[in-house]
Design a binder for this molecule. Structure first.
Ligand SMILES: C[S@@+](CC[C@H](N)C(=O)[O-])C[C@H]1O[C@@H](n2cnc3c(N)ncnc32)[C@H](O)[C@@H]1O
Length: 495
């Protein structure tokens, strides 16, 4: 499954499968929270909540990626489609809004969340999400959370009950007001209310202010907290046109949305793929920067898991170019092989460090004509899609990554043939990784490099004009403005 979560919002039916108590089983009477009663009490937690808790625990304990683990856990628990949607909403919603819930839980519990045992805190976060952001009835949210606490931390069941009852006594808007008031600064208030680390808020603000659009910050933070739509790419020349398959994307000529996206993906055997619209525009900016001359040699330098490679492969096939993909992590290189398998083009997938790329060894004597460098980055532009990422990244990652981005950019530029074009792409809008990395690279390359009018290229290939700032040499896309991940794209020609 892709890393796109199903669009869910506030679930219409969030009761775990049709029972008012959220149990998902017929004929169940609610547990008595005090544990007394005429028959032996069986602690029951709905399977959707158990799956959500399991994933939260794995994210906490084993640095798991929710988008990779959740589909496996849903399958293993054999959840119905309704329960799978609930488990997804609970997991993703709780992880995205975790900063907000922690601020609320701290007030409701009268103690810092650092003083709460991690498993208990996860139960509280899940409960808070149900109470404040879903239509799960209060009694179901509290009772199920208490039952869950009895399983994972029995001595804390009373505490969970008390804290969640306190949370349930206020409206969500009142809690937001309260946590904003309690925050020590304006940025801390934004961080608590919109559930982003302060350093990420500052980085996003700086990127927007660079465009003179600092007033869009709250819209961006809100977009980061919404489930992205499941967007598809129809590989050009290999699948039907987007308009025949579903609702064409606004910008990407290869993109679409569909009512049953995963059915469409399954029916098209890899020729229709889940892919963000911004990612498609990034790959197409390189393949459509100029008409393809038959025999051109293309390279995707950091290709795993291969979303853009598949699109480039289809474009290379149509234009008579060849394509080599490189990836440093063998398992991710395997994913690239799978991604390009449906394209009838012989794409060599090489495993190696992109900083040591040797065009000659890859059959491109004289260099490559087009190179995509979709650089490893903080991923701050894809926070909607990777719900735990914002809590895992550290400001110190930026320095490490920008050094790597610079080295990869130098290697890519060196591997270009004269006249060849490099697309420098990140799924982060952090200015150190975007304009900073690009500016430093252009300064190093001097007269050998010519920054192309990337904005004109992207506007030309897009189906509708994009609202871009006046900066010809790079394109920055935004979730709140374009409905895409915050992709950065810059095209550079080697003279
Ligand atoms: C942003 S992702 C690429 C996404 C890909 N273009 C797609 O659309 O599916 C960056 C990739 O670079 C890889 N990578 C990191 N360091 C690398 C290096 N030194 N050489 C080559 N690849 C590297 C990562 O493993 C990761 O798969």
């Amino acid at each position: 499954m892709s890393d796109d979560a199903p669009r869910s919002g506030r679930p219409e039916r969030s009761d775990g499968g049709g029972r008012p108590d959220g149990s998902g089983r017929p004929g169940r009477r609610p547990n008595r929270p005090d544990g007394r009663g005429g028959r032996p009490r069986v602690e029951r937690v709905s399977p959707a909540r158990l799956v959500a808790y399991d994933v939260l625990a794995a994210v906490r304990d084993s640095d798991a990626y929710a988008n990779l683990l959740l589909p496996t856990r849903i399958e293993r628990a054999r959840l119905s489609p309704a329960d799978a949607a609930l488990a997804t909403e609970l997991t993703y919603g709780t992880l995205r809004l975790l900063g907000r819930y922690d601020a609320i839980i701290a007030l409701a519990a009268g103690r810092d969340v650092a003083a709460i045992d991690p498993p208990v805190l996860d139960v509280l976060r899940l409960g808070a999400h149900q109470l404040l952001a879903t239509r799960v009835p209060t009694h179901a949210a509290v009772n199920e959370s208490v039952a869950l606490a009895r399983r994972v931390a029995p001595s804390a069941a009373g505490f969970v009950n008390a804290v969640l009852r306190t949370v349930s006594r206020r409206e969500p808007a009142d809690w937001l007001e309260l946590i904003a008031e309690e925050a020590g600064s304006a940025d801390a208030a934004l961080a608590a209310v919109h559930s982003h680390p302060v350093w990420v808020i500052r980085a996003l603000r700086a990127a927007l202010e660079r465009e003179g659009r600092g007033d869009e910050l709250v819209a961006l933070l809100e977009a980061d907290n919404a489930s992205p739509r499941v967007n598809l790419a129809a590989l050009p020349g290999l699948a039907a046109d987007p308009a025949e398959l579903g609702e064409p994307d606004r910008y990407s000529p290869t993109g679409l949305t569909a009512e049953a996206p995963f059915d469409l993906v399954a029916a098209n055997a890899g020729r229709v793929r889940v892919q963000d619209e911004g990612s498609q525009l990034a790959a197409l900016a390189l393949s459509r920067v100029a008409p393809v001359r038959p025999g051109e040699r293309w390279l995707d330098l950091c290709s795993g898991p291969g979303g853009k490679t598949a699109l480039l492969a289809a474009e290379a096939l149509a234009g008579g170019a060849s394509l080599v993909a490189n990836e440093v992590v063998p398992a991710r290189a395997e994913l690239v092989r799978k991604a390009v398998a449906p394209v009838p083009l012989d794409v060599e997938v090489h495993v190696g460090d992109g900083r040591e790329i040797d065009p000659m060894a890859l059959g491109a004597e004289g260099g490559f004509d087009r190179i995509l460098l979709d650089a490893p980055c903080t991923g701050l532009g894809a926070l909607r899609r990777r719900p735990e990422a914002r809590w895992r990244k550290r400001p110190t990652d930026v320095a490490e990554l920008t050094a790597l981005q610079g080295e990869l950019a130098d290697a890519a530029f060196a591997a270009l043939a004269p006249g060849g074009v490099l697309a420098y792409v990140t799924c982060s809008p952090h200015t150190a990784e975007t304009h900073g990395a690009l500016g430093r690279a252009l300064a190093r390359w001097g007269d050998a490099a010519e920054a192309l009018d990337t904005a004109a290229v992207v506007q030309e290939l897009a189906e509708h004009p994009l609202d871009l700032v006046d900066d010809a040499r790079a394109v920055q896309l935004w979730p709140h403005r374009h409905g895409t991940d915050a992709m950065f794209i810059a095209l550079v020609r080697k003279r």
